[in-house]
Write a protein that binds this ligand. Structure first.
Ligand code: BGC
Length: 700
């Protein structure tokens, strides 16, 4: 039956001409045969998650599904992968490529064509409700992870969609809070992952954001779509709106190809008069249709030629990403792993112990096929001689700002008697998710709980579920801290492997965690009260004038570690940091030259040694530093990194190729990137705050 179907499909495709390599001529021929109405119908979404296709001419619909942490389906359950911020914390391009392939394999099982992922907006404030589905604060790390993810997805014959273009760095009142970002910050910080998706991963589609940029809705921004995406970066694919975020027919002239999920503005009634009014508008319509047809027909070629990977390896991939993305932040007296001879008595407590917090909320939340809670996973993988008790919490209190009740405190009498206490704290998908922001601090109940546990037992381990940083008023009091993000359905198993020492943690923070919210570069400008500037629902009447809230990105390019370096402040946990159960040493550096020019790159080699007694992985990071900047620049910017696995006692060489464009900054005078000749330093370390090697180079 299967082979019969395949033959039938191949026959249909070849009879339609889809098997021919020349998609372009097929597209031109379709354009000649389509009516204006059919063309306009093609630029509006259909039945929520599809393009309409052209049934009369056998042009199929393209069927979309949400990501980025697995397939989001209303009815069916799927493998729920770790949050993409956790994937970024692996700093492992190959693994993220596999994650892309695995998710695309899920997409294929329901015969969908387009994955609405990945999201690559940068982490600017911990509060942003969508941080968990983005990839951290650094443009280079995010670009690298996004490129790996997209290549993995598209390698399986599924089209990826990079979103949300651009500057969706807070999610409260998102339709009307405009991100006010200067040109340099756009080019140096917020654009690069989108640019890399276009130029390095040949991403098939781009989705605009809900938030306006500098006062203009992104779906209606000629600057973003035509000038930047198409003109500067050469994007040839489809630009679609986010769901219900076109506000007028201006989107037509601005360059948007596809209004999702339905044509409220880009419909026959509104667009036909525009198109008939001038040949230029007709050309605009043809260009959009041409792009949608090309995207459809190109995909028909790939779709049937790629096999997906099997379910077991998809689940294994989800587990590996969690194992490599979970970050060990603190480990006093080598409290972790919990292992060694003799009986171990462990107390598990905390609101996120017994229910699996595998994901943040919103369009990205997958219905997980097999979620297993942290507690159940710890029990399932514990050695025989371990005793694991669960201290139940008062229902509903744990996510509130109420303190601990006396009744509950009285139950803590047994806490000192345990070898280790593991507290699972953090948010839920209701608190942290799409469409709103969350607080920086954990609910007071949880902070009080951690304080009370640490007071009674110094071997208290805190495991956090959050899409980014949280305030940790108890940081000095607890023994160990693990950031588990939202680790996907296999996250419990992954975490148990880390706690019991079966897996050596190797995740590194893709964000900076500040001691206090006031230390964040955006603390002076991020203000959720902007939302209250105008309490009327602004877009209930489309097309009517409205006020906008404004979020001023006053910090410019100095976000995350760039800010902490600039103001010479120490964060609580630095970008790029993360502990291991072993120790690594970086050394023996050699460079083949110390001059970088258009013609010459520097080949820098160093040795990484695992000096401890267990195998593990280290991520070596290379930053550049301008010694005499002519414009104010960040003290360091990540330009290269490599993750290496090493057996206990083993050494490996890591090679970096340093190129001239790595020293560039965005010159607002020339509206372009520029490299100033002069002296620079290459800074190499295992974290942004632990640079152990400095080498001078001259850039010509
Ligand atoms: C989200 C997008 C998502 C779309 C479709 C929107 O609310 O912002 O990320 O792809 O819905 O579900």
């Amino acid at each position: 039956m299967r082979s019969y179907l395949l033959v039938l499909i191949c026959f249909m495709l070849s009879s339609l001409g889809f098997a021919q390599t020349d998609v372009n001529s097929k597209v031109e021929s379709l354009l000649l045969r389509m009516t204006i109405e059919e063309k306009i119908d093609l630029i509006g979404g259909y039945k929520g998650f599809n393009t309409r296709g052209v049934p009369r001419l056998n042009v199929p619909t393209m069927r979309f599904t949400d990501g980025p942490m697995g397939v989001k389906d209303k009815k069916k359950k799927f493998t729920a992968y770790p949050a993409t911020i956790c994937a970024a914390a692996t700093w492992n391009r190959d693994l993220v490529f596999q994650m892309g392939q695995s998710i695309a394999s899920d997409v294929k099982t329901i015969d969908k064509d387009v994955l609405l992922a990945p999201g690559v907006n940068l982490y600017r404030v911990p509060q942003c409700g969508r941080n968990f589905e983005y990839m951290g604060e650094d443009p280079y790390l995010t670009s690298q992870m996004a490129v790996a993810y997209i290549r993995g997805v598209q390698d399986m014959g599924v089209v990826a969609t990079v979103k949300h273009f651009v500057a969706n760095n807070q999610d409260y009142d998102r339709h009307r809070v405009s991100s006010e970002v200067d040109e340099r910050a756009l080019h140096e910080i917020y654009f690069p992952p989108f640019k890399a998706a276009v130029q390095e991963a040949a991403v098939g589609a781009i989705m605009t954001s809900y938030n306006p940029l500098n006062g203009v809705h992104t779906s209606e921004s000629h600057y973003l779509i035509e000038d930047v995406l198409r003109e500067k970066w050469g994007f040839k694919g489809v630009v679609m709106s986010d769901w219900v975020s076109v506000y007028s027919t201006d989107a037509f002239k601005a360059g948007l190809d596809l209004e999702m999920p339905r044509p409220q503005y880009l419909n026959v009634e509104s667009v036909k008069p525009i198109v008939l009014s001038s040949p230029d508008s007709m050309k605009l319509l043809d260009d959009k249709v041409r792009r949608i047809l090309t995207f459809t027909l190109n995909h028909q070629k790939d779709k049937y030629s790629k096999q997906g990977v099997d379910l077991a390896s998809r689940e294994e991939c989800a587990k590996s990403v969690a194992e490599e993305g979970i970050v060990l932040l603190k480990n006093k007296r080598s409290l972790l792993p919990i292992e060694g001879v003799g009986m171990k008595r462990i107390l598990v407590v905390g609101p996120n112990a017994k229910q699996s917090m595998y994901s943040g909320g919103g369009a990205a939340k997958v219905k997980a096929a097999k979620p297993l809670s942290f507690y159940d996973s710890m029990v399932a993988s514990a050695p025989n001689n371990y005793e694991i008790d669960l201290l139940e919490l008062p229902k509903n209190d744990a996510y509130t700002n109420d303190g601990l009740s006396d009744d509950f405190v009285s139950k803590l009498y047994a806490v000192p008697g345990y070898d280790v206490v593991v507290a699972f704290v953090g948010f839920t998908s209701n608190i942290e998710g799409e469409g709103h922001d969350r607080p920086f601090g954990l609910p007071m109940f949880q902070n009080d709980l951690i304080g009370a546990l640490a007071q009674r037992n110094r071997n208290t381990v805190v495991v956090i579920n959050a899409g980014g940083g949280v305030a940790m008023p108890w940081v000095d009091k607890v023994g160990a801290i693990v950031h588990s993000w939202y680790p996907g359905q296999e996250g419990g198993r992954a975490l148990a492997n880390i706690l019991y020492g079966k897996v050596n943690p190797s995740g590194k923070l893709p964000i900076t965690i500040e001691k206090r919210w006031e230390d964040n570069a955006a603390s002076a400008s991020y203000d959720i009260n902007h939302a209250k500037l105008d309490s009327k629902p602004l877009y209930s009447i489309h097309g009517k004038p409205h006020k906008m809230g404004k979020e001023f990105y006053k910090e410019g390019v100095f976000t995350g570690y760039r800010h902490f370096d600039h103001v010479k402040k120490k964060p609580l946990f630095a970008f790029g940091s993360g502990l291991s159960y072993t120790k690594f040493k970086l050394g023996s550096v050699s460079m083949d030259r110390n001059i970088v020019s258009d013609m010459e790159t520097v080949k820098l080699t160093l040795t990484v040694k695992n000096c401890g007694d267990r195998s593990g992985s280290e991520t070596v990071q290379l930053y550049v530093h301008d010694m005499k900047p002519k414009v104010v620049r960040p003290m360091k910017e990540l330009k290269l990194f490599q993750k290496v696995f090493l057996e206990a006692g083993a050494s490996k060489e890591v090679t970096f190729h340093v190129k001239r464009d790595m020293f560039a900054f965005y010159d607002v005078e020339r509206h372009d990137w520029a490299v100033h000749a002069g002296k620079y330093q290459l800074l190499i370390g295992d974290a942004s705050d632990n640079i152990v090697i400095r080498k001078k180079v001259e850039v010509r």
